[in-house]
Design a binder for this molecule. Sequence first.
Ligand code: AP5
Ligand code: ZN
Length: 216
Amino acid sequence: MRLVLVGPPGAGKGTQAEFIASHLSVPKISTGDIFRANVSQGTPLGLEAKRYMDSGGLVPDEVTINMVRGRLAEADAADGFLLDGFPRTVPQAVALDKMLADTGANLDLVLELIVDNDEVIRRLSGRRTCHGCGKIWHIEFDASSRENLCDRCGGELYQRDDDKAETIAERLKVYARDTAPLVDHYGAQNRLVGIDAMGPVEDVTERAINELRSFS
Ligand code: AP5
Ligand code: ZN
């Protein structure tokens, strides 16, 4: 299955992507994770991406599209994938449509995670990420994360640089301007399904998986 997860910063895309990808046995491909890995390794791609990420803006389409094209050409993505954080602009969506058409494939479904703004701010300001394994935590909702250590790998938890209040505001603005139009793009293709992403993580996962069941 070829799936895209779309939704505002902090909607829970990364959290849900992990469960849904494992449920479907497809790789989870997160452009944010790939950029952050490049930033921490100090690669040329990471140095370029950091300039945009730190201010809450988007990495240019051309750079992002080329990176995703390379990742989708890897063997594990041949039969399916879950994209988290891509596409994020209409030109990226058009490029993805073309990439898939060139290999005779197409997207099966786009899941839109729907949450209100207050919840997004609450989720982002309490988010912590594990340095060791990348697991996503929340200081309010995951009691064990208050020790600042990951209970999966023992790694240290850190707060993302772009989760500061002023950067969050900019990311929300960019989402409304550049990414929200994807809802119309995929709606017109009849591929879009909205998921109520308020409430506990497990409930959101269940709603998403139910949608996948009714689709297949
Ligand atoms: P990216 O990493 O994709 O950031 P984002 O879209 O802003 O999304 P987030 O990772 O902030 O949130 P999420 O929806 O994954 O939420 P999460 O599951 O973590 O991108 C970062 C930057 O990279 C961009 O700003 C841009 O610069 C660049 N970039 C990436 N892709 C790009 C592209 N395609 N084009 C150009 N530039 C690109 O959850 C958030 C918190 O809430 C966590 O603490 C979690 O534990 C908690 N939580 C989740 N679900 C629930 C729930 N149901 N109840 C309570 N808490 C919950
Ligand atoms: Zn960990």
